[in-house]
Design a protein around this ligand. Structure first.
Ligand SMILES: Cc1ncc(COP(=O)(O)O)c(C=O)c1O
Length: 380
């Protein structure tokens, strides 16, 4: 059968490769501790699980693409409490099936592949979905490096006039995966002003906004003029609900109207029982505070041994990752640690500027992190 040349040209999703290696080791009987994929393994809070159970109905209908009004209100309430922004639940929010599908689909909703303004600017290193979504939509991709010397922010001064003029979507992701860097409000203000000037979408993936160590991160929703700002958030990391698939997009009414026109064709509205469980999740902060405390403790188990061994922890201010500077090729360090049963991601998985770094996703249990610290003590 003929398949799409875009798909045929695509390399295997790096984590699929990592998972294959991990599975081989497990089959060989190696006790593997997996810091690879950023899939939280914390239990979902009982309050949320109960809300899901209580929402199961004898009949089950198609969920509406617009989402349940009570979920949109719960999201608006959370955004008001957390960021002090007022969102109209009817016109400025749409629930999504996690955030990945909405991130992937955005270019299809906004980009005209036949026009000059078909450029999607993506950071690198980065979560690969911004680029993949753009490529499948027939857009042209331009990469902007995230470098240590720029605090892992894209250097907006290095972007030329022609690029600004041709940009349809500019992706940013803070707290950042993989670097754990955060963005100040001034950065969002500047990029939002450019988005208004050149009429492109500032797409801000804020999947990790609730996992922070010291200071709560700001949101692109907080800029003075947010007409061209599109924010993606999710319960996956905040509430350890990756399996539920529940997120949202918040944006100006014209962008939300476009998503509501597009999404019924795709059929990615979350199930209603998941939406009702999500109402409980957005309404509760106590479980999020407990989750942050767990990630802090895991971080505190690993950072001292890495620093003692002479490794510098770059950024890693928020999110669930440690971005560790290494002097050897990142893939060599990852392979060496794999032999000791530790799965970590070489920075190159996320783009060429990830060379010289490895990423630890703080997803194993605290007990596993303690064991991993002992292994690192030996292996590094
Ligand atoms: C940067 C970033 N954005 C978005 C997502 C998607 O999360 P979800 O689809 O579970 O909401 C992830 C998942 O790992 C991520 O790392």
């Amino acid at each position: 059968m003929r398949i799409s040349p875009t798909l045929a040209a695509m390399s295997t999703y790096p984590f699929v490769r990592l998972d294959e290696r991990r599975r081989r080791l497990v089959a060989e009987g190696v006790d593997v501790i997996d810091f690879g994929r950023g899939d939280p393994r914390e239990p979902t809070d009982p309050l949320i699980r109960q809300a899901l159970v209580d929402s199961l109905t004898p009949e089950s209908s198609y969920p509406a693409a617009a989402g349940l009004p009570e979920l949109r209100e719960a999201i608006a309430g959370w955004a008001a409490r957390r960021f002090g922004v007022e969102l109209d639940p009817a016109r400025e929010i749409v629930p999504t099936y996690g955030s990945k599908e909405a991130i992937f689909l955005l270019a299809q909703v906004l980009v005209d592949p036949g026009s000059e303004t078909r450029l999607v600017v993506v950071p690198e290193p980065a979560y690969p979905v911004y680029e993949r979504g753009a490529v499948f939509a027939g857009a042209e991709v331009q990469y902007v490096p995230l470098l240590d010397e720029n605090a892992f922010l894209p250097d907006l001064d290095a972007v030329d006039e022609e690029t600004w003029r041709r940009t349809a979507i500019f992706w940013v992701n803070y707290p950042n995966n993989p670097t754990g860097a955060t963005a100040p409000l001034a950065f969002y203000e500047r990029l939002a002003a450019l988005a208004s000037e050149y009429d492109f979408a500032l797409a801000s993936d804020e999947a990790y906004s609730e996992l922070w160590f010291d200071q709560p991160p700001v949101s692109a929703l907080q800029v003075a003029a947010r007409d061209n700002v599109i924010v993606f958030n999710t319960l996956s990391k905040r509430s350890s609900m990756t399996g539920y698939r529940s997120g949202f997009v918040a944006a100006a009414p014209d962008a939300i109207a476009a998503l509501k026109a597009y999404r019924p064709s795709v059929g990615t509205a979350p199930q209603e029982f998941v939406q009702r469980a999500s109402v409980a999740a957005w309404g509760d902060e106590a479980h999020v505070e407990r989750t942050r405390a767990v990630y802090r403790r895991k971080r505190d188990l690993l950072v001292p041994v890495l620093e003692r061994k002479g490794y510098r922890i770059a950024a890693s201010e928020a999110g669930m990752y440690l971005w560790v500077k290494v002097d050897e090729p990142a893939e060599d360090v990852a392979s060496r640690l794999l032999e000791h049963g530790l799965v970590i991601s070489p920075g190159t998985f996320f783009g060429p500027s990830g060379e010289g770094y490895v990423r630890f996703a703080l997803v194993p249990t605290e007990d596993e992190c303690r064991r991993a610290a002992a292994i690192l003590e030996e292996a590094l």
